[in-house]
Design a protein around this ligand. Structure first.
Ligand SMILES: Cc1ncc(COP(=O)(O)O)c(C=O)c1O
Length: 413
């Protein structure tokens, strides 16, 4: 008998039968409130009727129209529709399948467009699992250990992770920008630096929002040296943080954004967006792929954008996010050193009495929550942050339901 490889590590023992809205139903009939949303993917909820209908209709007319061979309507329609939601000036898109592929696409574009070899990433960032994306990932050695040598040309600067340093956000930001300048002076000359890659909110790295002064500092340095600023919006995009894209909280202009996850409600679709002028510097034919811009995924993405807009999901993410953050803060016990987040990305960091990362208690909290019917995940370098990522369709009552379970979990720990 064949078995699933143990390289897959399961966060829960559940086998799912079906999903609906914010709930997953297991094969044993048990219902779970899903505050993982497929790691920030099923933003419109599981099997939103309009997404299901769009995908069903598309399956009946064209499943795969390979996009370097032929064009198809959903691909062209989605390209046009994205123009209404993408940040100003990013008017050219390239599609791929996974977040990691989008990161690779942005990396290739940055290197080809600038003719420069290096990129700078920020400590604690997660950009994916392919070798290039894993090299750029610094949220834990578990994503890159055991298959070195990794890719050359990646340098790491600090992210303003104030809580970890034990500093104020101001101090952490001063430090991060000073170290970035030091890096540009000692390790990667500006003339050899193609791009900065940064998440608006560190996701896998512990649900840590960046801040305006930090991102403005990146923009200034990018402008001064002709370096591209790439915002990795794979987890923060499509309304997740309470704005359409996470970087919009900080008013800083990106040169490139990477998109995936919430874009297509669970169908594998990702991409990059940049200005036409920048995209024209990529070498034609240097990017592509068999499945990129799949017709069913594009149809689902079109329906997803319609749902996000017509149901006011960006505003809902902002309001429900505030409710969740305040609720988790109000319930924080001594076991929790920090509660933070932006929109519907909320993290509770477990620490010991002496302030050390408390991986075991975070794992116990996540397991207990699952036992009690609430699906959660952990994140952070030490996996000691419990993160809550409900679908953007979550209601106030469902947030209260989750907070009730969370309280019971904390009582029982
Ligand atoms: C910010 C960010 N970038 C990149 C990725 C990689 O995406 P994928 O797992 O689809 O390759 C993820 C996935 O969690 C992510 O959160």
């Amino acid at each position: 008998m064949t078995a699933l490889s143990p390289v897959l590590k399961q966060a829960t023992p559940i086998t799912v039968d079906h999903g609906e809205g914010c709930y997953l139903y297991a094969t044993d009939g048990r219902r779970y409130l899903d505050f993982t949303a497929g790691i920030g993917v099923t933003s419109t909820g599981h099997c939103h009727p309009r997404v299901v209908e769009a995908a069903r209709a598309q399956v009946g007319s064209l499943i795969h129209g390979q996009y370097t061979t032929v064009m198809h309507r959903p691909l062209l329609a989605l390209t046009e529709r994205l123009g209404e939601v993408l940040p100003d000036g990013l008017d050219s898109v390239f599609f791929s399948n996974s977040g990691s592929e989008a990161i690779e696409a942005a990396l290739r574009l940055a290197r080809q467009a600038t003719g420069r070899p290096n990129v700078i990433v920020f400590h604690g960032g997660f950009h994916g699992r392919t070798v290039a994306a894993a090299t750029m990932t610094t949220s834990g050695t578990r994503f890159s250990a055991g298959f070195s040598p990794l890719m050359a040309g990646v340098h790491v600067a600090p992210f303003p992770t104030a809580y970890r340093y034990g500093w104020s956000e101001e101090q952490a930001t001063d430090f991060a920008l000073r170290e970035l300048d030091y890096l540009l002076t000692t390790l990667s000359a500006p003339a050899e630096t193609a791009a900065f890659f940064v998440e608006p909110v560190l996701g896998e790295g512990g649900y840590i929002p960046g801040n305006t002064r930090f991102f403005e500092g990146l923009r200034e340095r990018a402008d001064a040296h002709g370096i591209l600023l790439v915002f990795d919006e794979i987890q923060t995009g499509f309304g997740r943080t309470g704005k359409f894209f996470g970087h919009q909280h900080f008013g800083v202009r990106p040169d490139v954004i990477t998109i995936a996850k919430g874009l297509a409600s669970g169908f594998p679709l990702s991409g990059i967006a940049a200005s036409r002028e920048l995209m024209a510097k990529a070498w034609p034919g240097s990017q592509g792929g068999t499945y990129g811009g799949n017709a069913v995924a594009c149809a689902a993405a079109l329906a997803t954008i319609e749902v996000i807009e017509s149901e006011g999901l960006v505003d809902n993410a902002a309001a429900r996010g505030r409710q969740l953050l305040e609720g988790v803060r109000a319930r924080a016990t001594k076991a929790i050193g920090d509660v933070r987040g932006l929109g519907l990305m909320v993290g509770a960091e477990f620490t010991t009495a002496t302030g050390e990362p408390d991986t075991e208690t975070a794992a116990a909290a996540q397991r207990l929550a699952v036992d009690k019917g609430l699906l959660l995940l952990t994140c952070g370098a030490y996996s000691n942050v419990v993160r809550m990522i409900p679908p953007l369709v979550v209601t106030g009552d469902q947030i209260e339901e989750a907070l009730g379970i969370w309280s019971a979990v904390l009582d029982e720990l």
